[in-house]
Write a protein that binds this ligand. Structure first.
Ligand code: PLP
Length: 391
C-alpha cells in the first residue's frame, strides 16, 4: 500500500497530540494557507468570484450541472427542502440511521420527519419500508449515503416517481462515491447536499453544497440562500443568510484539487483494515455491496457484542485509554428527545436493524496522513480487547 507523503507544513510542531490517534483529521498544505491569505489580502471576504468558482468546479467534478454553496451541510438541506416547497404539516421520509440535521431540517419548516429503518446489509434506508409509510402528506424522501455508501437509488427513484415525491440525496460525506455505473453521489436524485466539515473527505471548516441539474431549482436555492433577494434589496421570497464565505471557498478550491488523492488513500486504508480483520470472528468489516463504490467516509466495524462480556461503549473507553478515538455513527434517531414531541409514535419494533447496528457499530480512525504504524496499532489493540473479553 502506498502511504501518501505528508503535506503538512507543521509536522515539526503538530497541532494535534502525537500520542493520540484521532477519528478523522483534515490535511492542509501551504497552498491552502496561501489561498486563504490571498482572500484576506484582497479585502473581499464574501460574495466574490471564489464562491462561484468553487460551485462550478465542484459541480463539474461530480458531473452535476449546478452547484450552490452554503454555510453548512445542514443549511444546504434546509434550503433544498424549502426550494422543494415543503410546507408545515408535510412529511419527509428519512432513515433512522443518520445525522440529526437530516431530520431536523424539515422541522424548521414546520414539517415532520418520518423515520424508516435501514437494511440489515448496507445500513441505508430500506426502500421496501419507504413504500409502506407514504401518506397523502408525504412530499419527499431524503436518501442518506451512510458512511459514503450509496443508497439503493434505483428503487428509491422508482418509488419517488410513482408517488410524485422529491428525492433529495444527503451525500454529506459521499464525495466521489459512485452508484453502479450510473454516476457519482450528488447526481442520483432531484438534488443533493454535501458537507465540508473537517471530518469529511475534503473540508472548508464549515460549509455545504447543493447540487442539481434543474436550473429552476438551482435559482430558487440561490435566492433562499441570499435573503430571498432577486436583485439587491428586492426581497421576493422568504430567505435568510445561508452563504459560504470567500475564505471557505478558497480552501474548498484547493481541497477539491486533492480530492482524488484523499479518496484513494481512504480506500487504501480501508483495504488495510479489511485485511487485518478478515479472520476475526468478533469484528465484522463493512459489508459493501456490488452497487456501491464507496469513499469510506467512515469505517464502521460491527462488533459481535453477544459473544463478549463487554459492551461497545466499554470498548470505546478501552480504546480511548490507549489513545485511540472511536465512535458510534449514529444513535438511532427515533429515540432522540428532540423528536419526542413530534406527532408520530415511534415504536422500537419498527427499527430492528438501526437498533441492532447502534448496539454494535464502531467507527475506527481513518484519515489522509494516518501511518501504517498507527493503523496496525489500532488493529492490534481492538483485537486484544475483543479477545480478552470473549465469553
Ligand atoms: C449524513 C449527514 N447529513 C448532514 C450533515 C450535516 O452537515 P454539516 O455538519 O455540514 O451541517 C452531516 C454532518 O456531519 C452528516 O453526516
Amino acid at each position: 500500500m502506498n502511504r501518501p507523503e505528508s503535506h503538512h507544513p507543521f509536522l515539526q510542531q503538530p497541532f494535534w497530540d502525537p500520542h493520540q490517534i484521532p477519528l478523522a483529521r483534515p490535511s492542509f498544505t501551504q497552498v491552502d494557507q496561501a489561498a486563504i491569505a490571498e482572500v484576506v489580502a484582497s479585502g473581499q471576504l464574501c460574495q466574490g468570484e471564489r464562491v462561484a468558482r468553487f460551485e462550478a468546479s465542484f459541480a463539474e467534478k461530480i458531473g452535476a450541472r449546478y452547484g450552490i454553496a452554503t454555510s453548512s451541510g445542514s443549511t444546504a438541506i434546509l434550503v433544498s427542502l424549502q426550494a422543494f416547497g415543503l410546507m408545515p404539516e408535510d412529511e419527509v421520509i428519512v432513515p433512522d440511521m443518520t445525522f440529526v440535521s437530516t431530520a431536523t431540517a424539515a422541522m424548521y419548516l414546520g414539517a415532520q420527519p418520518v423515520f424508516v429503518d435501514i437494511t440489515e446489509t448496507d445500513h441505508n434506508i430500506d426502500p421496501e419500508k419507504v413504500g409502506q409509510v407514504v401518506t397523502n402528506k408525504t412530499k419527499g424522501i431524503i436518501a442518506v449515503h451512510y458512511g459514503g455508501n450509496t443508497a439503493d437509488m434505483e428503487r428509491l427513484r422508482t418509488i419517488a416517481a410513482e408517488r410524485n415525491l422529491f428525492l433529495l440525496e444527503d451525500a454529506a460525506g459521499a464525495h466521489l462515491s459512485k452508484y453502479k455505473d450510473v454516476g457519482y453521489a450528488g447526481t442520483l436524485g432531484d438534488a443533493a447536499i454535501f458537507s465540508f466539515t473537517p471530518t469529511k473527505p475534503m473540508t472548508v471548516g464549515e460549509g455545504g453544497m447543493i447540487t442539481t441539474n434543474d436550473l429552476q431549482f438551482a435559482e430558487k436555492c440561490r435566492q433562499i440562500r441570499n435573503f430571498g433577494d432577486r436583485k439587491k434589496f428586492e426581497w421576493q421570497v422568504l430567505g435568510f443568510n445561508f452563504r459560504m464565505t470567500e475564505m471557505a471557498a478558497a480552501l474548498g478550491l484547493c481541497q477539491l484539487e486533492r480530492l482524488d488523492e484523499f479518496i484513494e488513500s481512504r480506500r487504501d486504508q480501508a483495504s488495510y483494515y479489511n485485511e487485518a480483520f478478515k479472520d476475526s470472528v468478533h469484528i465484522k468489516t463493512p459489508n459493501i455491496q456490488n452497487h456501491q463504490k464507496t469513499n469510506y467516509q467512515i469505517y464502521p466495524v460491527s462488533i459481535e457484542v453477544e459473544q463478549l462480556t463487554i459492551s461497545r461503549n466499554e470498548i470505546i473507553e478501552k480504546l480511548a485509554a490507549e489513545g485511540i478515538a472511536s465512535r458510534l455513527y449514529y444513535p438511532a434517531l427515533h429515540k432522540m428527545a428532540v423528536f419526542s414531541h413530534e406527532k408520530k409514535n415511534w415504536s422500537s419494533e419498527d427499527f430492528p436493524y438501526s437498533l441492532d447496528f447502534e448496539k454494535r457499530s464502531l467507527a475506527l480512525p481513518l484519515f489522509f496522513d494516518m501511518t501504517e504504524l498507527q493503523q496496525s496499532f489500532v488493529c492490534r489493540k481492538l483485537k486484544e480487547i475483543v479477545e480478552k473479553y470473549q465469553r
